[in-house]
Design a binder for this molecule. Structure first.
Ligand code: ATP
Ligand code: MG
Length: 355
């Protein structure tokens, strides 16, 4: 039988997931979890790049729990997939260091995502670790030797870098790593409720998968729409309008959406009706997720067990990969030669003392 191909992706444990995470990445994971051996990374080391404080670290375990609850609620199957904690797999740090030697500083400085992260974290200067974020991501991806990486558009360039690093490693030392493919979701970047190009926790423009019905209703009613449309009888713009973007992504009633768009363009529907229908569609989408979530939440310790078991499995996989990487690089040989000589010398000395 042909070996099953592997998939890796992950999220920073900043807490509960939002609709952007779902559209950009979770939807693809659900689609692919039966086709690939999946590895889902709780990227807590990545959190340290912008939030290294003690309080931030203390918050990781609870945030990770909430995030994994969201995975399970959406339908990620922990029996099939490996969900693991990045910081507990020490080979990550080691592979990261090897990869740091295979990439240049200007190559990293050219990535626009890093500047965005620095700015949204309100950092005046670029920390060394943040510059290395995409290298660490390459280590994450190549540790389970993943073939495919489903991520949002903002991470596409990082997978490209990973491909370069994998090629460079293989060229220098021999074929150890596959060249992974990126898979961007049907919705490359979901807009925020405020009209900002990206729904993001740090921008405070999210709808969480675990928000209750009333709060979804409230958030939708105050969503940003076409700013030029001050009255319902003024023709409005549908393209790029977040209310219609969400309708397109989350409302399965295509006829209703088409009809609303047409009336909006002609100025024969009010924002309130469009929004009320969106809130209803979102709540219908989220209801089964909420239900599953509370079912898993009621099972005390279950989520921790999922993370624990997954991390143990990942550690095994990581040990294997690092052994191959070190062997290919010849690093195991360096240590073996030294330790062999040291042992010989010790034995000789002990023999001399005994005589
Ligand atoms: P936030 O800013 O809300 O914390 P993030 O971008 O930091 O989100 P990450 O943990 O870095 O979240 O990313 C998790 C995955 O979700 C990545 O694949 C990322 O591309 C995707 N993602 C996050 N936000 C969106 C969005 N608004 N639209 C599409 N994909 C997204
Ligand atoms: Mg973030």
């Amino acid at each position: 039988m042909q070996h099953q191909q592997r998939l890796l992706t992950g999220d920073r444990p900043t807490g509960r997931l939002h609709l952007g995470h779902y559209a950009g990445s979770i939807a693809n994971r659900l689609k692919l979890q039966h086709k690939y051996q999946c590895y889902f990374l709780i990227a807590d080391l990545h959190m340290l790049t912008t939030r290294p404080g003690k309080a931030d670290i203390e918050a990781i375990s609870e945030n990770a729990r909430q995030m994994v609850l969201d995975y399970l609620a959406c339908g990620i199957d922990p029996q099939r997939s490996v969900i693991f904690l990045q910081s507990a797999v020490h080979e990550t740090y080691e592979l990261n260091l090897f990869f740091e030697m295979l990439v240049t500083v200007p190559r990293l400085q050219r990535l626009p995502s890093l500047k965005d992260m620095k700015d949204s974290a309100n950092l005046a200067e670029m920390p060394f670790g943040l510059l290395g974020y995409p290298v660490l991501q390459s280590a994450d991806i190549l540790l389970p030797r993943a073939h495919i990486v489903p991520v949002g558009k903002d991470n596409e360039a990082h997978v490209e870098l990973t491909r370069e690093i994998a090629r460079r490693f293989n060229n220098l030392y021999g074929e150890v790593f596959p060249i992974p493919d990126v898979l961007v979701g049907d919705v490359p970047t979901l807009v925020g409720t405020d009209g900002n190009a990206k729904m993001s926790k740090s921008l405070n423009n999210t709808i969480l998968l675990s928000d209750d019905q009333t709060s979804v209703q409230k958030q939708v009613m105050s969503m940003y729409t076409d700013p030029n449309r001050i009255r319902a009888d003024i023709p409005g713009t549908v393209e790029g309008n977040p209310v219609f973007v969400y309708h397109d992504v989350f409302n399965p009633d295509r006829e209703q959406v088409a009809e609303l768009k047409q009336r909006y363009r002609h100025g024969t529907v009010g924002d309130v009706e469009v929004k009320q229908k969106l809130a209803a569609a979102l709540n219908a989408f989220l209801d089964p997720i909420r239900e599953q979530r509370s079912r898993f939440e009621a099972q005390r310790g279950f989520v921790d067990e999922v993370i624990y078991e997954g991390t143990l499995k990942m550690r095994e996989q990581a040990r294997e990969t690092l052994l191959e990487a070190r062997k290919a690089m010849g690093l195991t040989g360096v240590w073996n030669r030294i330790s062999r000589k040291a042992e010989d010398a010790r034995k000789k000395r002990e023999k001399a003392v005994a005589q």
